[in-house]
Write a protein that binds this ligand. Structure first.
Ligand code: NAD
Length: 487
């Protein structure tokens, strides 16, 4: 199956923080892949801008090294690699001072090109960068900014950041990135929901028993210990990624697939989320790996804070107070050092109201399972008769909507989330980006939960490395006569 690639208009993309980890691992490889696919025009220009003193040549070399490391197959595209490196240049810049801005301004001279400014720097630099872009006449109507997470650490800081950015840029120019929204399967979820007659009539509390969203990682905090210990799983994962997934599952059908129609519906979901009761939430901190504690220490050792009360795991139950979802629990969990790396949304339907089969035939629930990683795909568990003799026994088989099966040997073109999102920025499509009011509403729901932990002096429960999290997390569902799906 050959997919259609529509080239985007010529653009200038300035990557602030262009020497950083995110730029080297994600942003530059994503651009390179879109360049190879013919979507990024050869007249586009990428300007790395960071604090290090580097020439164009040494920056280009750094980019080439990063592509070799993080973009498998870059070597086999030697011609394309050379051409891609040809569109790259570098400016040494200080986000907090005046150094480099005159040079950058000189480079951005064209009037009729999209100008995108990617803020791949610490959040404390978002405001200063926006201010300087405007001060140097770069915040014109062709300009747009891309802002990485974290977007604030609570409602107050998010509001302040929104207000700062709004002084220099219109909301239509601000692209708050959540890479979960750029995943192929997340968009396919919308296609499945709104492109079929089959699901939407059942998509409510009358037919759905409950919904689970799990984002499990096997890695620990790694080198991000200092940042992570100030954030924790609730801020780092739930407030943004898990909430965004929940919104796409729970929202009403938007009138159109356009940015504000979709984001209006997502916002209504966040605003309808009920506060979480303290006994409906479980926090955990991972233990050391018993076989190799030096390489995989416990959470507190990993972050260098022996008294830390920050959670590396959180599981919670919440409800959405509206007609569609009243009575249907949403269970969310995320953690580090868990059994498997797995991100999955499961829509667990109710049992049939009455079974016509003998009791020992077994009884199953349909589960629509949307897997985001490691292998993206959507399956629907359907109950059928176990083939062969032996009477009527029911088994559960997955109807596979995995792309490799459905779309031919290549599984269609796989596009990484960053590739899609950066091209959306250039195209000016904000559908898959968070609006300022959405982010604020998400903090408004999250803040009292975190504040409650502080007020109560809550201490996270220890859990074994490479496990499903604390036992209390399992109990959260067992109490409701349910269980977590296997990670
Ligand atoms: P990093 O520390 O590796 O890189 C920081 C970059 O900022 C460097 O290029 C540095 O030169 C530049 N910089 C620092 N101070 C500067 C200044 N005063 N003026 C100009 N440039 C300056 O950080 P990172 O891991 O690449 O993360 C960048 C941003 O992306 C952060 O906001 C982070 O929270 C976010 N983020 C990172 C990841 C990731 O996987 N690394 C994932 C999600 C979000």
């Amino acid at each position: 199956m050959v997919s259609r690639v529509i080239p985007v208009d010529p653009f200038d993309l300035v990557v602030f923080g262009g020497t950083g980890d995110l730029a080297r691992r994600k942003i530059l490889p994503a651009l390179f892949r879109r360049f190879c696919a013919g979507q990024m025009p050869e007249t586009a220009r990428i300007i790395g801008a960071a604090r290090s003193d580097m020439s164009d040549a040494s920056y280009t070399q750094m980019v080439a090294d990063a592509l070799r490391e993080f973009s498998p197959g870059a070597q086999s595209h030697a011609d394309r690699l050379r051409d891609f490196l040809g569109v790259i240049s570098y400016v040494r810049i200080d986000a907090m001072g005046e150094a480099g801005w005159a040079e950058l301004t000189q480079k951005i001279t064209s009037v009729d090109r999209v100008e995108a400014y990617y803020f791949s720097v610490a959040p404390s630099l978002f405001g200063p960068l926006a201010e300087r872009l405007q001060g140097h006449g770069l915040a014109d109507r062709n300009a747009r900014i891309v802002v990485e997470k974290p977007f604030g650490r609570d409602l107050e800081t998010a509001k302040a950041l929104n207000a700062t950015l709004a002084r220099y840029f219109d909301e239509t120019q601000i692209y708050r990135i959540d890479h979960y929204l750029g995943k192929e399967t997340v968009q396919n979820l919308m296609a499945v929901r709104f492109g079929n007659m089959l699901f939407e009539p059942l998509w409510n509390s009358q037919f759905v028993d409950h919904i689970q969203i799990t984002v499990a990682e096997t890695v620990g905090v790694g080198g991000r210990g200092e940042y992570y210990d100030r954030a924790g799983a609730m801020r780092d994962m739930v407030q943004n990624h898990l909430m965004q997934l929940l919104c796409l599952i729970a929202m009403e059908p938007p009138a159109r697939f356009d940015p504000d129609a979709v984001r209006d519906e997502k916002l209504k979901v966040i605003r309808a989320l009920e506060p979480v009761e303290p006994h409906h939430i479980v926090r955990g901190q991972y233990n050391a790996d018993p076989d190799d504690a030096d390489t995989y220490p416990d959470y507190r050792t990993a972050v260098g804070n022996p008294r830390s009360r920050t959670e590396s795991f959180v599981a919670l139950k919440t409800h959405i107070a509206n007609w569609r979802w009243a009575g249907t629990p949403f269970y969310l969990r995320t953690g580090k050092r868990m059994r498997e790396r797995s991100s999955e949304i499961s829509i667990v339907f109710k049992e049939t109201p009455h079974s016509i089969f003998a009791e020992d035939a077994g009884r199953h629930r349909n589960v629509l399972s949307i897997k985001l990683q490691p292998n993206e795909g959507i399956t629907l568990g359907v109950t059928i008769k176990e083939p062969g003799p032996g009477g009527m026994r029911l088994i559960d088989v997955p109807l596979d909507m995995t792309f490799a099966e459905a779309l031919g040997p290549d599984g269609g073109e796989t596009v990484d989330a960053y590739e899609r999102l950066i091209m959306d920025v250039i195209r000016g499509n904000q559908t898959l980006f968070m609006r300022g009011d959405e982010v604020e509403a998400a903090w408004d729901w999250t803040d009292p939960i975190i504040q409650g932990w502080t007020d109560r002096g809550d201490v996270p429960k220890p859990y074994d490395s490479l496990s499903d999290g604390p036992d209390a997390s399992a109990q959260l569902l067992v109490r409701d006569k349910r269980e977590w799906r296997k990670i």
